[in-house]
Ligand binder design. Structure first.
Ligand code: GAR
Length: 191
């Protein structure tokens, strides 16, 4: 299955997907990384892996449909069948949703519907909750909404800091995301 990953930041989840592919536990090939932040560390990670990257700045386009049409052209040129959002901090618009309906998946660092949007880990930490976690869901037009595919809880203990909580959440993300994507692709293949 040919996939593309969309990311805006460090790309540790993209790295986990590359590793799962290398280990033979994820049967996919990452054809393209799409990144909206020219300084993001994910760009270097992708290049080290020899993976093509499309970097764009939203402000260079008149509107979201314009840059999404450009993205779609690049995805189609590579034969991409599924889109994996991995820390892509932008709402998916109607062009991409129309072309890849039901075939875009997202990971979010909270137990949705709690703490959607930016800095979900900080929101949970400051909120004083004792349990947060990770959600993987199909993308719709909302922010961190759409049918939930998998969730895993992470306990916030007394001794945790914001940083150690983030590390605990990312450990879960890096294990769970490749597993859920593999299952999802198998289910789709059997339909
Ligand atoms: C991840 O924790 C992901 O769950 C989160 O961004 C981080 C990206 O980390 N996504 C969202 O908050 C989406 N609303 P990474 O660049 O190291 O993979």
């Amino acid at each position: 299955m040919k996939i593309a990953c969309f990311a805006s930041g460090s790309g540790s989840n993209v790295e986990a997907l590359f590793e799962a592919i290398e280990a033979g536990t994820l049967h996919a090939s990452i054809e393209l990384i799409v990144c909206d932040q020219p300084d993001a560390a994910v760009i270097e990670r992708a290049k080290r892996r020899g993976c093509d990257v499309f970097v764009f700045r939203a402000k260079d386009y008149p509107d979201k449909p314009s840059f999404e049409r450009e993205i779609i052209a690049r995805l189609e040129a590579k034969g991409v069948e599924r889109i994996i959002l991995a820390g892509y901090m932008r709402l998916i618009g109607e062009e991409l949703l129309g072309r890849y309906a039901g075939r875009i998946v997202n990971i979010h660092p909270s137990l949705l519907p709690a703490f959607p949007g930016k800095d979900a880990i900080g929101q949970a930490f400051r909120g004083g909750v004792k349990i947060t976690g990770v959600t993987i869901h199909i993308v719709d037009e909302g922010m961190d909404t759409g049918p939930i595919m998998a969730q895993e809880a992470v306990r916030i203990t007394e001794e945790m800091t914001r940083e150690t909580l983030q590390q605990a959440i990312q450990r879960v993300e890096h294990r769970l995301y490749p597993q859920v994507i593999e299952e999802w692709m198998k289910e789709e293949a059997n339909v």
